[in-house]
Design a protein around this ligand. Structure first.
Ligand code: ZN
Length: 367
């Protein structure tokens, strides 16, 4: 993630903190300082916020270590003001494993709260107006925070852990994609209910709650869409979906040559190849048009083309290649033959879409 710094590395996972997190600390410290409680109160609230986020890190490590047990690595965890994000390489597809990975985070907070309760004999009453910035009662507040984390994370909606737990349980009885759709719909249903409850004033209006409801609604839809796409592209390789009949430009081409190719066919983005067929970059339609208006038709293509450092290979799984395509700032990624380094195809969103349509039609024919 951009604008984040490495704090430390534990068990192969980097713990990073986003710069906005320091703004939060600054905000909290100044809030309690300005409220007239003095420097020690400001220090205390800052320390408490740091401890709160230490609990978030431990929660994320619950997921990370459980995933490691199934051979899944986690390159990093990033702390944001809204919480932690652990970037697992992938989620396990086996329901029982996803269940364990998802529930391990909240279990860490259960253990912390239980340890405070049993070890220190502290009890707490959590209520909506609980003020974490009030000074004193350090361990009571910490216990309350861990209980809140459990409750919040176990909301049965994506992207909360509860949503994954629910999907894992459903997937034990039905297909993975159906389980995802059910879990996503339930998440969206819950967020709509929260908004309705707020509108009819059953729940006091709370902008933060509205934001969370909106966030859950969007995330649930995204998760369902992602799984649907994964189902559709399952067992497909890059070579099944790549564009093989394409035109290219030599390195000494002018924008005029690009225009000629653009108008001659349906292809919109053109690879620039050196004399040995090696890929140098890509001239996209949008870049071509804007450079044409600015520099005229005699301008060199190499000055306008994008470098497109991402590439893929014919035998790679299509699902993985789509991820590279999505993260690339080029509309097409080159497909390179690993044996001779030659460009053998282009992977574009349009072509993937067509491949999926054809596959769906053939599946209908068979059933
Ligand atoms: Zn979690």
């Amino acid at each position: 993630m951009k604008w984040s710094f490495r704090l430390f590395t534990f068990a192969g996972t980097q713990v990073r903190v986003h710069i906005t997190f320091f703004l939060l600390l600054l905000f909290v410290a100044s809030q309690s300082f300005l409220s007239g409680q003095g420097v020690s109160a400001a220090l205390e609230s800052t320390l408490f916020i740091i401890t709160m986020f230490a609990c978030v890190v431990l929660h994320e490590f619950g997921h990370v270590l459980a995933a490691r047990g199934y051979g899944i690595q986690t390159p990093d965890i990033t702390l944001l003001p809204i919480g932690g994000v652990a970037r697992l390489e992938r989620m396990p597809r086996k329901p029982s494993q996803e269940f364990v990975v998802a529930i391990s985070g909240p279990m860490v907070n259960v253990i912390i709260a239980a340890a405070i309760w049993l070890g220190l004999g502290v009890t707490t009453r959590v209520h909506p107006g609980f003020d974490f910035l009030q000074s004193g009662h350090f361990f009571q507040k910490l216990m309350a925070w861990n209980i809140i984390m459990v409750v919040f994370n176990m909301i049965p909606a994506f992207p909360m852990d509860g949503g994954r737990v629910l999907r894992a349980v459903l997937a034990m009885f039905m297909e993975y994609s159906a389980a995802t759709r059910w879990a996503a719909s339930l998440g969206q249903g819950i967020s709509i209910l929260v908004v309705i409850a707020m509108l009819v004033n059953g729940v006091p209006f709370h902008p933060m709650l509205l934001l969370i409801a909106f966030f859950i609604f969007m995330a649930a839809g995204q998760e369902a869409a992602m799984v649907t796409q994964q189902e559709a592209t399952r067992n497909l390789r890059v070579r099944d979906a790549m564009l093989t009949d394409f035109r290219s430009l030599p390195p000494d081409a002018k924008l005029r040559d690009g225009v000629e190719l653009l108008l001659a066919g349906a292809q919109q983005d053109f690879p620039v190849l050196d004399t040995h067929g090696g890929m140098q970059g890509m001239l996209t339609r949008n870049d071509l048009i804007s450079a044409l208006a600015e520099n005229g038709p005699e301008h060199a293509v190499v000055e306008v083309m994008r470098r497109c450092p991402e590439s893929t290979q014919p035998a790679i799984e299509l699902t993985r290649a789509i991820e590279s395509l999505n993260s690339s700032d080029c509309p097409a990624i080159p497909v390179i033959d690993p044996l001779n380094g030659e460009l053998v195809g282009l992977l574009t969103a349009e072509n993937i879409g067509e491949t999926l349509m054809v596959r769906e039609a053939l599946m209908k024919l068979r059933s």
